[in-house]
Design a protein around this ligand. Sequence first.
Ligand code: NI
Length: 173
Amino acid sequence: MAVLPVRVWPDPVLSRKAEPVDVIDDAVRTLLNDMAETMYKADGIGLAAPQVGVSRRLVVMDVPGPEGGAGTGLIFAINPRVVAREGACTMTEGCLSFPGLEIDVKRAERVRVEYQDLDGQPQAVDADGVLAICFQHEIDHLDGIVFTERLGPVRRRLALRDYDKLRRAEGDR
Ligand code: NI
Protein backbone atom coordinates (compact mmCIF):
# COMPACT_ATOMS: atom_id res chain seq x y z
CA MET A 1 0.00 0.00 0.00
CA ALA A 2 1.15 3.51 -0.72
CA VAL A 3 -0.03 7.05 -0.22
CA LEU A 4 -0.34 8.68 -3.66
CA PRO A 5 0.09 12.37 -4.48
CA VAL A 6 -3.32 14.07 -4.82
CA ARG A 7 -3.82 16.21 -7.91
CA VAL A 8 -5.17 19.67 -7.18
CA TRP A 9 -7.20 22.04 -9.31
CA PRO A 10 -6.56 23.13 -12.08
CA ASP A 11 -4.74 19.88 -12.96
CA PRO A 12 -6.23 18.91 -16.38
CA VAL A 13 -6.80 15.27 -15.34
CA LEU A 14 -9.61 16.57 -13.10
CA SER A 15 -11.51 17.79 -16.17
CA ARG A 16 -11.14 14.60 -18.19
CA LYS A 17 -13.90 11.98 -18.53
CA ALA A 18 -12.53 8.77 -17.05
CA GLU A 19 -12.47 5.40 -18.87
CA PRO A 20 -14.56 2.41 -17.71
CA VAL A 21 -12.74 -0.48 -16.04
CA ASP A 22 -13.33 -3.72 -17.99
CA VAL A 23 -10.97 -6.06 -16.14
CA ILE A 24 -10.55 -6.04 -12.36
CA ASP A 25 -6.97 -7.25 -12.08
CA ASP A 26 -4.21 -6.90 -9.49
CA ALA A 27 -3.27 -3.47 -10.84
CA VAL A 28 -6.83 -2.22 -10.23
CA ARG A 29 -6.96 -3.80 -6.75
CA THR A 30 -3.59 -2.28 -5.84
CA LEU A 31 -4.68 1.13 -7.09
CA LEU A 32 -7.92 0.95 -5.08
CA ASN A 33 -6.01 0.02 -1.91
CA ASP A 34 -3.56 2.86 -2.49
CA MET A 35 -6.48 5.24 -3.05
CA ALA A 36 -8.00 4.14 0.27
CA GLU A 37 -4.73 4.74 2.09
CA THR A 38 -4.42 8.14 0.41
CA MET A 39 -7.98 9.06 1.40
CA TYR A 40 -7.48 8.08 5.05
CA LYS A 41 -4.14 9.89 5.22
CA ALA A 42 -5.80 13.08 3.95
CA ASP A 43 -8.81 12.65 6.30
CA GLY A 44 -11.16 12.46 3.33
CA ILE A 45 -14.43 10.52 3.06
CA GLY A 46 -14.17 9.87 -0.68
CA LEU A 47 -11.59 9.83 -3.46
CA ALA A 48 -11.90 9.24 -7.21
CA ALA A 49 -9.07 7.84 -9.36
CA PRO A 50 -8.63 11.04 -11.44
CA GLN A 51 -7.65 12.75 -8.18
CA VAL A 52 -4.52 10.59 -8.11
CA GLY A 53 -3.93 11.16 -11.82
CA VAL A 54 -5.56 7.97 -13.12
CA SER A 55 -8.39 8.50 -15.58
CA ARG A 56 -10.36 5.32 -14.74
CA ARG A 57 -13.83 4.91 -13.25
CA LEU A 58 -12.81 3.95 -9.69
CA VAL A 59 -13.95 5.43 -6.38
CA VAL A 60 -13.21 4.74 -2.73
CA MET A 61 -15.38 6.07 0.07
CA ASP A 62 -15.78 5.70 3.82
CA VAL A 63 -18.63 7.84 5.08
CA PRO A 64 -19.16 8.28 8.82
CA GLY A 65 -22.63 7.76 10.26
CA PRO A 66 -24.76 10.60 11.65
CA GLU A 67 -23.60 11.82 15.07
CA GLY A 68 -20.87 9.23 15.41
CA GLY A 69 -23.14 6.30 14.51
CA ALA A 70 -21.96 3.39 12.40
CA GLY A 71 -20.64 4.51 9.05
CA THR A 72 -20.45 2.74 5.73
CA GLY A 73 -17.00 1.26 6.25
CA LEU A 74 -14.65 1.21 3.29
CA ILE A 75 -16.43 1.07 -0.07
CA PHE A 76 -14.62 0.19 -3.30
CA ALA A 77 -16.83 1.23 -6.22
CA ILE A 78 -15.85 0.22 -9.76
CA ASN A 79 -17.73 1.86 -12.65
CA PRO A 80 -20.25 3.51 -10.30
CA ARG A 81 -23.23 5.31 -11.78
CA VAL A 82 -26.28 7.09 -10.49
CA VAL A 83 -29.31 5.28 -11.89
CA ALA A 84 -32.05 7.21 -10.05
CA ARG A 85 -32.23 10.47 -8.14
CA GLU A 86 -34.88 12.15 -6.02
CA GLY A 87 -35.35 15.38 -4.10
CA ALA A 88 -32.85 18.18 -3.56
CA CYS A 89 -30.69 19.33 -0.68
CA THR A 90 -27.74 21.61 -0.04
CA MET A 91 -24.72 20.53 1.96
CA THR A 92 -21.31 22.02 2.65
CA GLU A 93 -18.69 20.07 0.73
CA GLY A 94 -14.92 19.95 0.60
CA CYS A 95 -12.69 18.26 -1.96
CA LEU A 96 -9.15 16.94 -1.54
CA SER A 97 -8.35 18.50 -4.94
CA PHE A 98 -9.34 21.94 -3.60
CA PRO A 99 -7.46 22.05 -0.28
CA GLY A 100 -9.15 24.34 2.22
CA LEU A 101 -12.16 25.26 0.09
CA GLU A 102 -15.65 24.57 1.47
CA ILE A 103 -18.75 25.41 -0.53
CA ASP A 104 -22.48 24.77 -0.31
CA VAL A 105 -23.55 22.57 -3.20
CA LYS A 106 -27.09 21.64 -4.22
CA ARG A 107 -27.55 18.02 -5.24
CA ALA A 108 -30.17 15.27 -5.27
CA GLU A 109 -31.19 14.23 -1.75
CA ARG A 110 -31.46 10.51 -2.50
CA VAL A 111 -29.76 8.47 -5.19
CA ARG A 112 -29.64 4.87 -6.28
CA VAL A 113 -26.10 3.94 -7.30
CA GLU A 114 -24.96 0.80 -9.09
CA TYR A 115 -21.35 -0.33 -9.23
CA GLN A 116 -19.13 -3.41 -9.24
CA ASP A 117 -17.25 -4.45 -6.13
CA LEU A 118 -13.68 -5.79 -5.95
CA ASP A 119 -14.89 -9.23 -7.08
CA GLY A 120 -16.72 -7.75 -10.06
CA GLN A 121 -20.08 -8.43 -8.44
CA PRO A 122 -22.84 -5.90 -9.19
CA GLN A 123 -23.93 -3.85 -6.18
CA ALA A 124 -26.81 -1.44 -5.76
CA VAL A 125 -27.13 1.10 -2.94
CA ASP A 126 -30.01 3.38 -2.06
CA ALA A 127 -28.23 6.31 -0.45
CA ASP A 128 -29.34 9.43 1.36
CA GLY A 129 -27.63 11.99 3.60
CA VAL A 130 -23.87 12.40 3.34
CA LEU A 131 -23.49 9.08 1.52
CA ALA A 132 -25.74 10.28 -1.33
CA ILE A 133 -23.82 13.55 -1.57
CA CYS A 134 -20.48 11.75 -1.52
CA PHE A 135 -21.50 9.34 -4.30
CA GLN A 136 -22.64 12.25 -6.48
CA HIS A 137 -19.45 14.26 -5.80
CA GLU A 138 -17.15 11.31 -6.58
CA ILE A 139 -19.05 10.17 -9.68
CA ASP A 140 -18.89 13.75 -10.94
CA HIS A 141 -15.08 13.46 -10.71
CA LEU A 142 -15.28 10.47 -13.08
CA ASP A 143 -17.11 12.66 -15.57
CA GLY A 144 -14.51 15.42 -15.27
CA ILE A 145 -16.83 17.63 -13.21
CA VAL A 146 -15.51 19.30 -10.05
CA PHE A 147 -17.79 20.63 -7.31
CA THR A 148 -17.35 24.32 -8.19
CA GLU A 149 -19.01 23.49 -11.53
CA ARG A 150 -22.19 22.62 -9.60
CA LEU A 151 -22.51 26.29 -8.55
CA GLY A 152 -24.14 29.08 -10.52
CA PRO A 153 -21.77 31.43 -12.38
CA VAL A 154 -21.55 34.12 -9.69
CA ARG A 155 -20.95 31.77 -6.74
CA ARG A 156 -18.53 29.76 -8.86
CA ARG A 157 -16.44 32.85 -9.58
CA LEU A 158 -16.38 33.75 -5.87
CA ALA A 159 -15.41 30.19 -4.90
CA LEU A 160 -12.55 30.10 -7.41
CA ARG A 161 -11.35 33.48 -6.16
CA ASP A 162 -11.37 32.17 -2.56
CA TYR A 163 -9.49 29.09 -3.74
CA ASP A 164 -6.84 31.24 -5.48
CA LYS A 165 -6.39 33.16 -2.23
CA LEU A 166 -6.01 29.90 -0.28
CA ARG A 167 -3.42 28.64 -2.73
CA ARG A 168 -1.45 31.87 -2.64
CA ALA A 169 -1.50 31.82 1.18
CA GLU A 170 -0.24 28.24 1.00
CA GLY A 171 2.55 29.28 -1.38
CA ASP A 172 3.64 32.07 0.99
CA ARG A 173 4.11 29.69 3.88
NI1 NI B 1 -13.63 15.91 -4.75
